[in-house]
Write a protein that binds this ligand. Structure first.
Ligand SMILES: [Zn+2]
Length: 343
């Protein structure tokens, strides 16, 4: 471990210690102490870094196992977007990802009857695993977009933290779209996102995929990019390919040909994906081991110790003139944790 990393550790430990004292005074139990990060924990160390590295953008590793250098930020506000949950400090990504979100927001407003997008998590300043919410989003090439349109007025930072998610699904029904919530504009927004060649996958709830299969009457050549996945009923997840010439970025296998409205979708409507694993007698279920920095590509250690950018504003791509991205606040709330199947 180099010096900087050691310092990150010490800061982290003291922060956790301070937090545990604070929480302990209120809660008076040992739970807060149990929350202290495991030494070497990738999510704790990457989650504690507040600024990206200097230098050119580089996605290192795979979507679900890697890190990011030279990230840029989506501005908190643009003419056709607003970044949500600012305290998480996850508005960072490859410039290609940020540019795509801005383009999508403009096209959707212009062509699809969608006034603007609410953007959820992209990546942490240096990518890496996150303490909550995602298995992927680690290399700046994944982004979540809400299935709720941007309101006419600018949301306050507090509203961006607390605005609830709206599910597209009916409550108390199995994988059924709520017709009172779903609209054609949402379908157009999804297909707009799928239309860009750099977009390889879009994760949506199986019910949303089925709805698209059943009702989309336009060009279906990009429908196969919509991938059924757990969760994703109030937002969708855009994944772009490794940009051309990005050494160290591990590509994902292309999606199968066809629109995906086949037996792979029908499987989601069986019991199998939803059944709880049956414990084998005498076998203790093994909790998966926490990901350590040492489990990530070797280059991610250097990413952690690389010098930070000097100005967040300079690393913010586009947006309203003079808009300053919101500063991160510590103590982010728990989120709409997605099951870890999303790869
Ligand atoms: Zn996502």
């Amino acid at each position: 471990m180099n010096f900087r990393l050691a310092r990150t550790f010490r800061t982290l430990t003291s922060l956790a210690f301070a937090a545990s004292i604070g929480a302990g005074l209120i809660a008076g139990d040992v739970a807060a102490q149990q929350a202290a990060p495991t030494p070497g924990s990738a999510k704790a160390i990457f989650g504690a870094v507040t600024l990206p590295t200097q230098g050119p953008p580089q996605s290192i590793g795979f979507y679900a196992k890697g890190c990011l250098s030279g990230a840029v930020a989506l501005p908190a506000d643009g003419p056709t977007w607003e970044a949500m949950r600012p305290s998480r400090n996850r508005r960072w990504g490859r410039p290609e990802m940020i540019a795509l979100l801005e383009r999508l927001s403009q096209d959707a407003a212009k062509f699809d009857g969608w006034p603007g997008i609410l953007v959820g998590d992209i990546s942490q300043p240096r990518g890496g695993p996150m303490s909550n919410g995602h298995a992927s989003h680690q290399i700046g090439l994944d982004a979540d977009v809400w299935l709720t349109p941007m309101p006419k007025r600018t949301l306050t930072p507090a509203e961006r933290e607390s605005m609830p998610f709206t599910s597209m699904l009916q409550k108390n029904a199995f994988l059924t779209i709520d017709p009172n919530v779903w609209t054609d504009a949402r379908a157009r927004l999804l297909m707009r996102a799928a239309s860009y060649p750099q977009v390889e996958r879009i994760f949506v709830n199986p019910a949303i995929k089925k709805k698209m299969c059943d009702t989309w009457t336009g060009d279906r050549s990009n429908l196969g990019k919509l991938r059924p996945e757990y969760g994703h009923d109030s937002h969708f997840h855009i994944r772009i390919r490794c940009p051309v010439g990005s050494i160290g970025c591990t590509p994902q296998a292309p999606v199968a040909a066809g629109d995906g409205c086949d037996k792979t979708l029908a499987w989601w409507f069986t019991q199998e994906p939803w059944a709880k694993p049956i414990p084998k007698p005498g076998v203790k279920p093994v909790k998966p081991r926490e990901v350590m920095v040492s489990d990530l590509p070797q280059a991610c250690k250097a990413v952690l110790s690389a010098p930070s950018i000097t100005s967040v504003k300079a690393a913010t791509l586009g947006g309203k003139a003079g808009a300053v991205p919101a500063q991160p606040i510590s103590g982010a709330e728990p989120d709409d944790s997605l099951p870890a199947t999303e790869q």
